[in-house]
Design a binder for this molecule. Sequence first.
Ligand SMILES: NC(=O)c1ccc[n+]([C@@H]2O[C@H](COP(=O)([O-])OP(=O)(O)OC[C@H]3O[C@@H](n4cnc5c(N)ncnc54)[C@H](OP(=O)(O)O)[C@@H]3O)[C@@H](O)[C@H]2O)c1
Length: 171
Amino acid sequence: MSLPILALGPIARDRNGVIGRDGALPWRLKTDLIRFKEITLFKPVIMGRKTWDSLPKKPLPGRLNIVLSRDGTFEPEQALVCESFNDALNIAREHAADDGAEEVCVIGGASLFAEAMPRAKRLYITEVLAEVDGDVILEPFDESGWREVSREQHPAGQDDQYPFIFRVLER
Ligand SMILES: NC(=O)c1ccc[n+]([C@@H]2O[C@H](COP(=O)([O-])OP(=O)(O)OC[C@H]3O[C@@H](n4cnc5c(N)ncnc54)[C@H](OP(=O)(O)O)[C@@H]3O)[C@@H](O)[C@H]2O)c1
């Protein structure tokens, strides 16, 4: 089997790149959370310490949770801590290869996304069709060189506060 690929996301951003507010998600989108689980289940997930803090239930079950932190005293339960993105990626790839998983997922937040972007081959992004208040912004990225391989539009509804589009990009 070939080396597990690096995927970014799933991550959801609004029209201005907002992904977070007050240490949490700035919307209620149940369909997006269900998709997040479908995509990441049984794969290693790499996240920043603040994203870990934001999880209502820790760790994400059925997935190796790898948390990046520079705080040597940080010892989360049932998660691996790494002090560099390279270490996290190497460990994640080893686990994915052992488990037969085809990819490892970097699930945020904003700084990790920027760090992982140059090495990513797939991008799972949810475009939230709204403009919300927030304090964490995903920097825009250049989509040239990426190919959209899937696009699914969903309306707002009882469980989803705003309409949104599920996109998958590859290169
Ligand atoms: N919309 C979405 O799909 C989505 C996805 C993920 C997160 N979020 C939201 O985004 C917010 C959290 O994201 P964030 O961008 O503020 O923070 P974050 O990236 O999750 O965490 C930042 C922290 O990660 C650690 N870190 C980052 N890069 C590192 C590196 N190269 N080496 C070692 N440690 C590193 C540092 O932890 P220490 O301070 O411990 O050293 C840093 O303070 C929350 O509101 C969350 O709900 C939204």
